[in-house]
Design a protein around this ligand. Structure first.
Ligand code: LFR
Length: 494
């Protein structure tokens, strides 16, 4: 069979890409056509995304795709990070400059929400972990800060759905990303209307929810003209990047919870895949999340602060005149003394600190830990603490599923970090299989290929990924030192 081309637009917190996925029926290969920068834009004390510049970059990427692959392109689809949304007025005017989830207006909103609707009721209605970034708390922040803006909204679109609207005019929300909002019931697939009403959030703004793989319509005529593409179909992948990444984990154990994944990038999303959402008291107590996946699966997981800690340390070093690339940062960390200082990576003070180095040092000071001073010691502290946090989350999840995790698949850009992979294997005491780094783009492309009738089940998608990727295994070692560190870590994070 000759290769068919599916275009993935994959937007992450640090960069965006337009990627061609070329599928021959057995294997898929990726061709990155255009990469562009992304990042928060600070505007008068608020934190936003520059969505119009992203849109310009996307169109530049599509023009390159038209030139290189033209008529062989079958469809195009967008995935992005979760939780962020865009509001449109009745006349399809973009309302305001969309916010970045690290904007401070969510401060105190979990407490506000749970003072009106009990925590257990919110969890039963949405299955989601309580973290301040969720769309629910962003909407409540907006309701308090700018009620007129919220009142003039006719439609809420999650970030990928907004780009689908720009591409083809659709005004629906795709299921997987909708489940990150904490406004949707992932089991009934309906908006949590009762809860939203109690919180006085307008419910008419939430649109129809569609499944991954839905054909949304042809490219807008003007977009086709501007990019040189034919009026090809816009097809929703799993629009949440983490859903794509987990769909592309190269496991042959689909249907079981004896393997875990870490989708590793700015965030580390760590958990297992389950066939039913887990909504009981213990899940609520552990503050885990049930995000919707493809084919009725759920990702039972927790957000761990992830390589954001390192990215932000890097920015601090740069401000102080010391520039490193990520490989150099990993090298200096591997040369630093092990277990000098430990932190709880999920402490809220690390969510959007003015300066990450200071935030880490302050945390250590206030928790009686030695204060890491050198750049290498700081990065090592972040990486070891992440590995220990992974163990903590997995032990909790094993209690919920009753299944022992026998292997961890690390996918995404962070899987290139060999030091973190080894630390993870050591801390968790199980092998780590690293790769593919491009899991999100692969998942996006293969869900589109499936919508075109070229692949069958989720297990088939994973077998294509297995055949198409080079993987590396890290075996656990160094038990004794890690057991001491684990005791110290559990005492610190109790
Ligand atoms: C990863 C991710 C996570 C989500 C976080 C914020 O890129 O999508 O799954 O919790 O970003 O949206």
């Amino acid at each position: 069979m000759s290769e068919r081309c599916f275009l993935a637009i994959d937007l992450g917190a640090e960069s965006g890409r337009v990627i061609a996925g070329l599928f021959d029926g057995q294997r898929v290969r990726l061709d990155e056509l255009h990469r562009f920068r992304n990042g928060p834009v600070d505007v008068a004390g608020t934190r936003r995304w520059d969505v119009l510049r992203l849109w310009t970059d996307i169109q530049d990427g599509l023009a390159k795709a038209a030139e290189k692959y033209g008529d062989s392109i079958v469809s195009v689809g967008v995935d992005t990070w979760g939780v962020d949304y865009v509001l449109l007025s009745k006349h399809e005017e973009l309302l305001g400059q969309p916010y970045n989830y690290r904007d401070p207006r969510t401060t105190g909103m979990i407490e506000y929400a749970t003072s009106k609707v009990p925590r257990s009721e919110i969890f039963a209605a949405t299955g989601l972990q309580f973290i301040p970034i969720n769309s629910l708390y962003q909407l409540l922040g907006m309701q308090q800060k700018d009620p007129e803006l919220l009142a003039s909204a006719d439609r809420l679109l999650m970030m990928p759905d907004f780009f689908h609207w720009l591409l083809c005019g659709s005004r629906v929300i795709e299921f997987t990303n909708a489940t990150t909002s904490q406004c949707l019931n992932p089991v009934t697939r309906d908006w949590a209307v009762d809860m939203l009403r109690k919180l006085e959030i307008p419910t008419h703004i939430f649109p129809e929810v569609v499944s991954p793989g839905t054909k949304l319509g042809p490219l807008r005529e003007e977009v086709a003209r501007a990019t040189g593409l034919p009026r090809l179909d816009v097809v929703t992948p799993a629009t949440h990047d983490t859903a794509c990444a987990v769909a592309a984990v190269p496991t042959s154990h689909t249907g079981r919870a004896n393997w875990a994944y870490i989708s590793s990038g700015t965030w580390s999303l760590i958990g297992v895949e389950v066939q039913e959402a887990i909504l009981g008291e213990e899940a609520l107590a552990q503050n885990v999340t049930n995000e919707g996946g493809i084919d009725g699966t759920y990702r039972l997981l927790k957000n761990v602060m992830g390589l954001w800690l390192v990215q932000e340390c890097r920015r601090s070093f740069e401000r102080a005149g010391r520039s490193y690339d990520y490989e150099e940062l990993t090298r200096i960390a591997s040369e630093a003394e092990p277990f000098k200082a430990l932190i709880d990576p999920n402490d809220e003070s690390f969510l959007s600190p003015a300066d990450m180095v200071e935030a880490i040092q302050n945390w250590c000071r206030s928790h009686g830990e030695p204060v890491p001073e050198s750049d290498g010691a700081l990065v090592r502290c972040a990486l070891e603490s992440l590995a220990l946090k992974y163990r903590q989350v997995l032990e909790g999840i094993e209690r919920l599923t009753g299944e022992k995790v026998e292997v961890i698949h690390v996918v995404g850009g962070g899987s290139k970090n060999a030091l973190l992979n080894q630390l993870t294997a050591d801390a968790c005491g199980v092998p780590v299989i690293a790769g593919p780094t491009e899991a999100t783009a692969l998942g996006n492309v293969l869900v589109q290929a499936r919508a075109a009738g070229e692949i069958g089940t989720l297990a088939d998608i994973r077998s294509v990924v297995q055949k198409s990727s080079e993987l590396e295994t890290f075996e656990p070692a160094e038990k004794a030192a890690w057991n001491d560190a684990w005791e110290r870590f559990t005492a610190l994070t109790r």
